[in-house]
Ligand binder design. Structure first.
Ligand code: GLU
Length: 392
């Protein structure tokens, strides 16, 4: 059945342990969360999942949840008839469902003493760099506070043209945006099979995928095939986004109680491995793939600070050149015009010019808002000649 075995591996040796991951995104699908008959949240299953999440959290890991269910829950609470919904109906159903969903997450995590923080994102929030920086820093702050971000697409304003529509790809973008090292897709199937499992009794679960080859893509089935009904296509798309961004991904069944504990105990699932890590993948993206829109010249003190791993503050900037928007890539040069590195800037060119050379308290007075303390945050900065990526 498998012609090319290089891209897959059944060796359990290669299967990583959950213990090695520090920032984990868990995606929970609507069919797991909402009982299709009763139209209500499956609360005992959800409490068991919350117990698993609380365990990871207690172990010092950071957990983010991407939760579907707003449309399904809203639809049942509004007692809408079965069948396809019109755009404004699904937007309205999401409005009713999301408020309930947020409350449920807040309560189940609250039972374990964990604060939940809701973040609703649109496609543009994850694709446009200016907005991407906003979502990224909100997530970072919540994690800093040891809160658990609970994220969904903002289905109340998303239209068909500008939406993900599926939370698999959304979760993968969130995972790379948050520099998570693992994405877990809890699904109604326990992983990727080399043939449709419902019709082929010899179908085998692939336990480790080392690279997403054409053969792996073919296993996801064509649109309308048996496997793709379970959304395996979007899961493979999610795996591509995640692994390119340096995030490992796994698909596991969420149909059992304590699904995360089952993974930790070595239960069945499919791992998609990446040779990269989120930090190097992101730094490679900043240094190599983005066209710089401007240049900042900084003083010797700032050069030393950057080389010591610090962020670039407005006070160290001498000169601004170019027209750039918040979130654009810029080149950073030392006083002798030598390139020090590249980064994503937190201010547009006009504001950056106004606050250059000024101390952080002045920034508030000059701009009339309390902006970001850093001109370029160290996570958004690659120090070294262009194309040279530091190991960590
Ligand atoms: N964002 C949608 C919702 O919450 C779900 C999308 C999906 O099921 O993947 O209803």
């Amino acid at each position: 059945m498998l012609r090319n075995r290089r891209s897959v591996s059944d060796q359990t040796m290669k299967r990583p342990s959950l213990n090695r991951f520090r920032r984990i995104v868990v995606k929970v699908g609507s069919s797991l969360l909402i009982d299709s008959e009763a139209g209500e949240v499956r609360s005992s299953w959800l409490s068991a999942l919350a117990a698993d999440i609380a365990k990871l959290h207690r172990e010092g890991r950071e957990v983010l949840i991407v939760s579907s269910g707003s449309i399904a829950l809203g639809r049942s609470r509004l007692k809408l008839p079965r069948g396809p919904l019109k755009l404004e109906e699904s937007q309205g159903a999401a409005a009713v469902g999301q408020i309930a969903l947020a409350r449920i997450w807040s309560e189940v995590l609250g039972d374990y003493g964990i604060r939940a923080g809701q973040i609703l994102v649109t496609l543009q929030d994850t694709e446009e760099r200016r907005r991407y920086l906003n979502a990224r820093s909100t997530i970072a702050k919540l994690l800093d506070w040891r809160a658990v971000p609970v994220i969904n697409e903002n289905d109340t304003v998303a239209t068909n043209e500008i939406r993900y529509g599926d939370n698999d790809r959304l979760a993968a973008r969130v995972a790379t945006m948050a520099s998570a090292d693992l994405l877990i897709l809890l699904s109604d199937i326990d992983g990727l099979y080399d043939a449709p499992p419902a019709s082929n009794p010899n179908a085998k679960l692939i336990s480790v995928v080392e690279s997403i080859s054409a053969e792996i893509e073919a296993m996801a089935g064509d649109a309308g095939s048996e496997l793709s009904r379970g959304g395996m296509r979007t899961k493979i798309e999610a795996a591509k986004i995640a692994t390119t961004g340096g995030t490992h991904m796994l698909i596991a069944s969420g149909k059992i109680e304590h699904p995360l504990q089952a993974i930790a105990d070595g239960g069945r699932c499919t791992w998609f491995l990446t040779p990269a890590n989120p930090i190097t993948a992101r730094k490679r993206w900043i240094a190599g793939s983005l066209e710089p829109k401007g240049t900042l010249t900084i003083d010797a003190g700032a050069v030393a600070a950057l080389r010591a791993g610090k962020s670039l503050l407005p006070a160290g900037v001498i000169r601004i050149d170019g027209q750039f928007a918040r979130g654009d890539a810029v080149i950073v040069r030392g006083p002798d015009t030598h390139e020090i590195g590249r980064g994503l800037i937190a201010y547009d060119a006009e504001d950056a010019d106004k606050i250059k050379g000024r101390s952080s308290p002045d920034v508030m007075t000059i701009l009339g808002i309390s902006g970001r303390a850093e001109m370029i945050h160290r996570d958004d900065l690659v120090v070294g000649p262009a194309g040279v990526i530091p190991a960590k």
